[in-house]
Design a protein around this ligand. Structure first.
Ligand code: GLY
Ligand code: MN
Length: 459
């Protein structure tokens, strides 16, 4: 059985979450946990991850399970393990024990779900096999989770309104994911002096996470090619002169995530050009975090980062022109190619399975502007939200070597000056920030960001 911080805290939270849901909708809901996918024989499975909506209300990562929620009551549908599985998997807790643990009001074998499925809403899971089960049980076609209709849309909106802010139980988990992630990054820095290739640093970082019985919340990015935003290769050798970008976050055993990025010099010391750009990114990072407070528009925080990046690049001689004009032309986005951050919760990009229904306030649509199209969160910040702040600078060859872009931007990008910064392929600095009634709390604050402190840790 999975362990988590505090069973009482969790069961209280689970009860409160379903009561809150019941206050928002008046129809039954069925949520599926999902199942793991087999490789070349049935018993060899890819790692299982329960659906986050299921986890939010059921608390435990049960496989092949479903819950039915109605008027604040929870029914658990799960088959007891077959006696023959004991040989391979040991004695498993019985459904009744699990039901008691999560405070279920009733529990049934899976076969009975069909009898209780009339007029129920759901959220379509990603796995197509489970999708067809959902459709069969509910006896109707389903739409993708990002474009629900009817009661599924009403349910989606209700769940978003709950999951947008954290409660005491989720915060306890998120704090422990953040704390372990901080230690993982310190271990990565410590391992850099002796590691030969990126994988050596990744191993040191993930080892901290695994040793706390956690997993990674997303595939770790540990790379000397920081310009590849989601690089999943770890074979490059570490060479003095390289910057190493590590975007690694832990996920607790009940599914709560952290998401942290640091960038450090392999040699232990930033070159003057690396340091100069690092300071610009850090200035954006610090100013954006300082601005976090209830009532603030997250998009304004993104635009603040854009202005600081543009101003910094003007100071360094890479861009020329008036900062406001540069931002209006998306000049900063040639280098700061993504949004300032996103929601964090049970998923690292929390609720992104719901498209922009969660990330964007009702009535807002994502801009197609180069500098805004990757902004994943466009809401007014509320107390209890957990968000990332992650400005970055990247020299992406596909953008900067594109002849059309080079010609179009020749009046405000000093291409010759940029060449002096060739040893800066990618820098990102990312922390996880809770919006509080006083303003903010950086859950990952124990991991230094200042260049000098990072150099100190590397020594
Ligand atoms: N940690 C990966 C991302 O935020 O996209
Ligand atoms: Mn992130």
């Amino acid at each position: 059985m999975q362990n988590f911080n505090n069973y009482d805290l969790l069961t209280t939270a689970l009860r409160q979450r379903r009561q809150k849901l019941a206050s928002l909708i008046d129809f039954p809901v069925i949520l599926w946990s999902g199942s793991s996918i087999s490789r070349n024989y049935p018993a060899l499975k890819f790692p299982f991850r329960a659906s986050s909506h299921f986890l939010y209300f059921a608390g435990l990562p049960l496989e092949n399970a479903a819950i039915r929620l109605e008027s604040g009551k929870l029914e658990l549908f799960l088959d007891d393990a077959l006696p023959s599985s004991t040989l391979w998997h040991g004695e498993m807790p019985k459904r009744a024990e699990i039901a008691a643990l999560i405070g279920a009001d009733a529990d049934f074998p899976m076969a009975q779900l069909k009898l209780r499925s009339a007029n129920a809403a759901t959220i379509t899971v990603q796995d197509s096999l489970i999708q067809s089960q959902q459709s069969q049980m509910l006896d109707r076609p389903l739409t993708p989770s990002k474009s629900p209709v009817g009661i599924d849309l009403e349910l989606t909106k209700a769940i978003i309104s709950l999951r947008l802010t954290q409660d005491a139980a989720s915060l306890a988990e998120l704090r422990s994911a953040a704390a372990v992630t901080v230690e993982a990054h310190k271990a990565g820095m410590a391992a850099t002096g002796t590691a030969q290739i990126e994988a050596g640093v990744r191993a040191a970082m993930e080892s901290v996470i695994i040793s706390q019985n956690m997993t990674t919340a997303y595939p770790s990015i540990v790379t000397v090619h920081g310009e590849i935003l989601h690089s999943e290769h770890y074979h490059h050798t570490l060479q003095a002169g390289d910057l190493l970008l590590a975007d690694v976050g832990a996920e607790t055993s009940t599914g709560w995530a952290a998401d942290v990025t640091r960038t450090w010099p392999v040699s232990g010391k930033f070159s003057p050009t690396q340091r100069a750009i690092y300071e610009v990114v850090l200035a954006a990072h610090d100013a954006c975090i300082d601005k976090i407070s209830p009532g603030v528009e997250y998009q304004d925080i993104h635009l603040l980062a854009a202005r600081i990046m543009a101003a910094g690049l003007v100071d360094l001689g890479i861009l020329r022109g008036n900062v406001e004009d540069l931002v209006a032309m998306d000049a900063h986005a040639l280098f700061f190619v993504h949004g300032i951050g996103h929601l964090i919760g049970l998923d690292v990009h929390d609720m992104e399975d719901l498209g922009d229904l969660a990330g964007y306030e009702a009535g807002r649509v994502r801009s197609s502007r180069f500098g805004l199209e990757f902004l994943r969160l466009n809401r007014v910040l509320q107390e209890g939200m957990l968000v990332s702040i992650e400005p970055g600078f990247y020299q992406v060859p596909a953008i900067l070597n594109n002849p059309e872009i080079r010609t179009k931007c020749k009046d405000f990008v000093k291409w010759d000056e940029l060449e002096k910064f060739a040893d800066v392929r990618g820098i990102r600095i990312e922390d996880d920030i809770l919006v509080t009634n006083k303003g903010r709390e950086v859950l990952t604050a124990k991991l230094p960001t200042k260049a000098m402190e990072i150099e100190e840790l590397l020594r």
